[in-house]
Design a protein around this ligand. Structure first.
Ligand SMILES: [Zn+2]
Ligand SMILES: [Zn+2]
Length: 491
């Protein structure tokens, strides 16, 4: 399959114009602070379930931002006729997901719609056809397409509003059943007015800029990748024969496919760690790495935990010796997974983390730290829960975009924005140590101290794309029992 990546939108303006533009935006910001108006919200309707409420607003509204209040989560939407520039339509709504029950109430602003209604919706049919022709002729870059369209003169400027563009991206995110149809894998629209405090009403300043990027996959008609040999077919003493089938340059050109995952426990892990120096985040993990003999075959292993006493360990001391079965293996650190300060760059041959990443509120921040301390061509071995067989089974797998946003928003490890969803969906029957809903809630509200929450939910596909994002060569993926394992090599 061929990946078509649409380049990040670049402005044609010179540096001077850019400075000028910035200057004007700053002026606007100052102005908007002065003229901030309170919107008047009217209760529209209350729905019994979130699904009903969300279905009722489909296609007319674009999600704008979320704030968390004592009354519950408030998700704001604005009229999706929002323009690319200039004053926005003044109508917006928000959905209140009540904190104390399952109902959802919709509130709407008092204002009337003031967007222009005489606009063409979406991309003109003729322009669409023309783009298709250009595409078939090999003109696939957005700038080339725009230039070619302008050269043909009869097609004027594009007429699609920011809200419609956003909605189009949202509607085209599902992988189509038709192999030849393109779809949006990832997009991001950066608003200039994205800074909100909880429960604060914000008046649009009209200075929005579209700083988006789109990635399209244009699948070609080729057969799906053939299944990869399982470890049982792969002699344990020469794992390379097995690992060769994971040719990263081929993988990178293909979409994730479930057949890439070994459906059994790995028999080849020693290859990556034998006589090597490693680092474990949140160890030791006697039921996983320990059971695989990793601690026995590694030459040296340093370990970090986020605190001296955790739900899993106690009495740890920073700078002490890390012992495994009465043998000194390395050094014990007390560091947060997202901040390995004092640990040198490019030092370790391998980094281990077993059932850790799902507890991290800012996973990309953590992974970038773990990659920092890994030497070039060193490997990351990550074990995460196979959610369908754990207490997370009712939760949905998080989207890659969400994790990227957590990174850009500098989400802290004290973040509790997922708490309501977790309390609602956590299967306590499968998690006896958590106790009942009250003890679980009390523990979870102190999550920064105990880190018991699974902040995010992963599957093999999400892990694969995370590794691709981080420029890690995916070497192998295994799923067995309660575990998903992914191995990636630093370039
Ligand atoms: Zn409107
Ligand atoms: Zn998050």
């Amino acid at each position: 399959m061929e990946v078509v990546q649409v380049a990040l939108y670049e402005s044609d303006t010179s540096n001077e114009e850019f400075v000028e533009e910035n200057y004007r935006i700053n002026e606007n910001e100052k102005l908007s602070k002065k003229k901030k108006l309170k919107k008047c919200w009217i209760k529209e309707r209350t729905f019994d379930t979130a699904a009903e409420a969300e279905a009722s607003i489909l296609d007319q509204w674009s999600k704008h931002y979320t704030s968390h209040t004592e009354n519950g989560r408030m998700v704001y939407y604005r009229c999706n006729k929002a323009k690319l520039r200039g004053p926005q339509c003044s109508v917006s709504i928000y959905l209140l997901y009540h904190a104390d029950h399952d109902k959802v109430t919709i509130y709407k602003t008092e204002a009337e719609h003031d967007h222009h209604v005489d606009k063409v919706r979406g991309i003109d049919e003729n322009v669409n056809k023309c783009i298709e022709e250009l595409y078939n002729d090999g003109i696939i870059k957005p700038k080339q397409i725009i230039r070619a369209l302008q050269a043909r003169k009869k097609y004027g400027s594009h007429k699609i509003s920011l809200g419609e563009l956003e909605q189009w991206c949202e509607n085209n995110q599902n992988i189509p059943t038709d192999e030849n149809e393109s779809f949006v894998v990832s997009y991001k629209i950066l608003y200039n007015d994205e800074e909100y405090e909880d429960d604060e009403d914000v008046e649009d300043d009209g200075g929005n800029k579209f700083l988006g990027f789109l990635i399209f996959y244009k699948p070609k008609e080729i057969p799906p990748p053939s299944p990869i040999s399982t470890p049982s077919q792969c002699p344990p003493l020469s794992p390379q024969t097995c690992l060769k089938s994971y040719n990263a340059s081929i993988l990178r050109q293909s979409l994730y496919h479930p057949s890439m995952v070994h459906n059994s426990a790995p028999a080849t892990l020693h290859f990556w760690v034998q006589n090597k120096t490693g680092f474990e985040i949140g160890g030791p993990s006697q039921h996983t790495w320990g059971a695989f003999g990793i601690y026995d075959v590694a030459a040296k292993l340093d370990v970090t935990n986020f605190a001296a006493n955790t739900l899993w360990e106690s009495g740890l001391a920073d700078g002490s010796v890390f012992m495994w079965r009465n043998l000194s293996k390395g050094k014990q650190y007390l560091r947060d997974a997202v901040d390995l300060k004092g640990i040198p760059n490019e030092y370790y041959d391998f980094v281990l983390a077993s059932h850790v990443l799902e507890h991290v509120a800012n996973p990309f921040k953590a992974l970038l730290e773990w990659i920092r301390v890994t030497r070039s061509h060193g490997v990351l071995l990550l074990l995460l829960p196979f959610k369908d067989r754990t207490f997370d089974h009712k939760r949905e797998v998080d989207r890659l975009e969400h994790l990227i946003n957590d990174y850009h928003n500098q989400t802290s490890e004290g973040d509790l924005s997922h708490l309501n969803d977790i309390l609602r969906l956590h299967d306590l029957a499968m998690d006896p140590p958590a106790g009942n809903i009250d003890t679980f809630r009390v523990r979870s509200e102190k999550n920064f101290e105990n880190r018991g929450l699974h902040q995010h939910v992963y599957d093999q596909e999400l892990l694969y794309y995370i590794f691709i994002c981080l420029n890690l060569d995916v070497k192998a993926q295994f799923t067995w029992d309660l575990h998903n394992l992914i191995i990636g090599q630093k370039q």
